[in-house]
Design a protein around this ligand. Structure first.
Ligand code: IPM
Ligand code: MN
Length: 366
């Protein structure tokens, strides 16, 4: 029986609540497909700070390295907000985890079922077919990681902070390759987003993307857009994009905009794929929902588990090569939600169900 070896990092607040449901759905799927779930749970984020004094313990990194993928919940929240910024769960766990495993390609599908178009702040007539686009965000370079990164007091007594935005051609080429793969699986349309009218890194970005596509992917229709315009176009007509690719910080901002126009953070999954292959010769990856820890609703059993379940589906697709099984989970989520089983964030006047009942409906749809 083929076994799926991965590491579960549930994290904080609603993290463990939605993770429990994703694991239940995976358990159900595994039983039906004759797969064995072989996962290890490890501490991360605030939970790890409380137990081990650090957000990303060595033991957690070792556990992750031993598996073929990481299924991640979410980290951070008010409990740890008083810590120095560098020790807080987001910066001390998530960013080093991405860097440690070189998870440079962040794939964020922006999907809104037509039946849920009420959930979007966009007028329904602008998105009669719902929304179906993909953001490919570079995740291990740019201003997030560039050195120097300092705060200093100047001789005149003023204080100066410095971040460095830096990209190598090779980093841009590998994320372009990932974006081309995504575009080839869809409409073969790719928009590269930059700020080439101002930034050196964006000039290199634009030239590198254009050269790469001309040389290796002439079948892809490539366009370029400045990031300010892209922010506007996303709000005006999101479906013009299909797949867009951009650097780390622009992708952070645009993917949140994409998330809100798609109606609920509780529905959006993501995959962060690495340069390394796992023991199956597929990309090692980290799979996480977009929604964060939602401290305000934690412990109430009402969080939407769909994004975590859809993230688990992405894990099956990319790190385990189980595309058909992943598609079955995605279809079951869609079926359950469009048939009317909805958590509070997507209920809109309908009676809302809790986390567990939402997962039950998905399992029933499977
Ligand atoms: C995200 C988050 C992180 C990021 C934070 C928590 C460091 O906003 O995954 O988009 O900025 O990358
Ligand atoms: Mn973000």
């Amino acid at each position: 029986m083929p076994s799926l070896k991965f590491t579960v990092l549930a994290g904080d607040y609603i993290g463990p609540e939605v993770m429990a449901e994703a694991l239940r759905v995976l358990g159900h799927v595994a039983a039906r497909e004759n797969l064995r779930l072989d996962y290890t749970e490890a501490d991360v984020g605030g939970a790890a700070i409380d137990r081990h004094g650090t957000a990303l313990p060595e033991a957690t990194l070792r556990a992750c390295a031993a598996g073929d993928a990481i299924l991640f919940g979410s980290v951070g929240g008010p409990k740890w907000e008083k810590l120095p910024p560098k020790e807080q769960p987001e910066r001390a766990a998530l960013l080093p985890l991405r860097k440690h495993f070189t998870l440079f390609a962040n794939i964020r599908p922006g999907l809104l079922y037509p039946e849920l178009s009420d959930a979007s702040p966009l007028k329904s007539e602008r998105i009669p077919q719902g929304i179906d686009i993909v953001c490919i965000r570079e995740l291990t370079g740019g201003i997030y990681f560039g050195q120097p990164k300092t705060t200093t007091t100047l001789p005149d007594g003023d204080v100066q902070a410095l971040d460095t935005m830096v990209y190598r051609k090779s980093e841009i080429e590998r994320i372009t390759a990932a974006a081309v793969t995504a575009a080839r699986g869809r409409k073969k349309k790719l928009c590269s987003v930059d700020k080439a009218n101002v930034l050196e890194t964006s000039l290199l970005w634009r030239k590198t993307v254009a050269d790469y596509v001309a040389q290796h992917a002439p079948d892809i229709a490539l366009s370029h857009m400045y990031v300010d315009n892209a922010a506007m176009q996303l709000a005006r007509d999101p479906n013009q994009f299909d797949v867009f690719v951009t650097e780390n910080m622009f992708g952070d901002i645009l993917s949140d905009e994409m998330a809100v126009i798609c109606g609920s953070l509780g529905m959006l999954a993501s995959a962060s794929l690495g340069a390394q292959q796992n023991s199956r010769g597929l990309p090692f990856g980290l799979y996480e929902p977009a929604g964060g820890t939602a401290p305000d609703i934690a412990g109430k059993g009402i969080a939407n588990p769909c994004a975590q379940i859809l993230s688990a589906a992405l894990m099956l697709r990319y790190s385990f090569g189980l595309d058909a099984v992943a598609a079955r989970i995605e279809a079951a989520v869609k079926k359950a939600v469009t048939a009317g089983t909805r958590t509070g964030d997507i209920a809109f006047g309908r009676p809302a169900v809790g986390t567990r009942a939402m997962a039950d409906a998905i399992i029933a749809a499977l």
